[in-house]
Design a protein around this ligand. Structure first.
Ligand code: COA
Ligand code: ZN
Length: 310
């Protein structure tokens, strides 16, 4: 199994979609530049959703048109339906991420469709993307728990994954949207899916609502998963999933992986700068646990140095 792990930054989409303060395109591009400078090479840059549903993403087409396409970055865009797909492709997207929640009510709240209708729409867009040379990624959201319907049986996730792969999804990302999963559940889901489809076709997407996101990431890693969605500074939440907090922080995942001998190609110091940029634009304090630790080490060093100088 490869030691190389793809850290897919989703802060600009999953993170910003929930922010009360609108971050203009210039601010988003500044965040992107800082992330790329840190070594991030896979980014979900935005979503082509209804601007009424998510005003923060109303600038998706403009942002996509201004992405640094020569930076060697895999850019992805979330699309909820055919119209979103068309807008994304017109803006230059080469990879799209479809989204299907595991429950009836979450689909209704999130994209205004029944589970059955949303499944049909996902399948139709995945097929069309394949015909048109666009890579379709498939999110199964609220894969462990739903804010409206409670616990979700793993069989539901297996069934959706089967239908998405059958339709032609290149990759399935299992998303614990409200951060209700534990490592044992995560292990069972990913172990089963990895056996059926191969771990290289899977990705993990965890929110840190109950502080289990790193443990869950490790559980998925042990099942062979090598692609993780993370958010700079832990930015995020979902406007349609009450109580959900941000994604697992990019810097915490990178720190865990690099310390454990995996390769990400990403520098923590660079991420620290990216967190500062995100803080400036969102006007909130961000940052994973590893940054608090780095800062405390620096304070100690400074205190020692000034004591020695006295
Ligand atoms: N992008 C922009 N506009 C869109 C759109 C898209 N992807 N899909 C539909 N619309 C427009 C329609 O053209 C229509 O416009 P009009 O009022 O000017 O005629 C309007 O939105 C309503 O269309 P309808 O098909 O009835 O959609 P809806 O109002 O039921 O909304 C979604 C459906 C999917 C567009 C909306 O629920 C949505 O964007 N959800 C995404 C939520 C999200 O981002 N969640 C977090 C990520 S998972
Ligand atoms: Zn999410």
């Amino acid at each position: 199994m490869s030691d190389r792990v793809i850290v897919n930054e989703v802060g600009l989409r999953d993170g910003l979609q929930n922010q009360p303060r609108h971050v203009p395109v210039e601010g988003k591009l500044e965040m992107l530049d800082a992330l790329i400078a840190a070594g991030i090479r896979s980014i979900e840059a935005t979503s082509f959703v209804s601007p009424k549903a998510v005003p923060q993403m109303a600038d998706a087409s403009e942002l996509y048109g201004r992405l640094p396409l020569d930076a060697g970055v895999n850019f992805e865009a979330l699309v909820p339906n055919e119209k979103g797909y068309e807008r994304a492709v017109a803006a230059g997207a080469k990879t799209v991420a479809l989204v299907l929640a595991s429950t009836e009510e979450m689909n209704q709240k999130n994209i205004g469709m029944s589970l059955e209708r949303a499944t049909e729409v996902n399948i139709a867009v995945i097929k069309r993307a394949n015909r048109e040379g666009i890579k379709p990624r498939s999110y199964i959201s609220t894969a462990v728990g739903c804010p409206y319907e409670g616990d979700v049986a793993p069989e539901v996730v297996f069934d959706i994954a089967a239908r998405m792969f059958e339709a032609g999804a290149a990759e399935v990302a299992v998303a614990d949207t409200i951060g209700s999963g534990d490592p044992a559940q995560v292990k069972f889901i990913f172990e089963t899916l990895a056996k059926r489809y191969g771990p290289e076709r899977l990705a993990a997407h965890f929110h840190d609502t109950r502080g289990l996101a790193l443990a869950n990431s490790w559980a998925a890693l042990e099942c062979g998963v090598r692609k993780f969605d993370t958010s700079i500074g832990g930015l995020g939440g979902c406007p349609f999933a009450p109580g959900a907090t941000g994604n697992v922080a990019t810097e915490d995942v990178v720190h865990m992986l690099e310390r454990s001998g995996f390769e990400t190609g990403i520098e923590i110091e660079g991420l620290r700068k990216a967190v500062a940029v995100a803080e400036k634009h969102t006007e909130q304090k961000l940052g994973g646990r590893v940054l608090s630790w780095i800062e405390s080490q620096e304070r100690r060093k400074q205190a020692k140095a000034s004591a020695a100088a006295e």
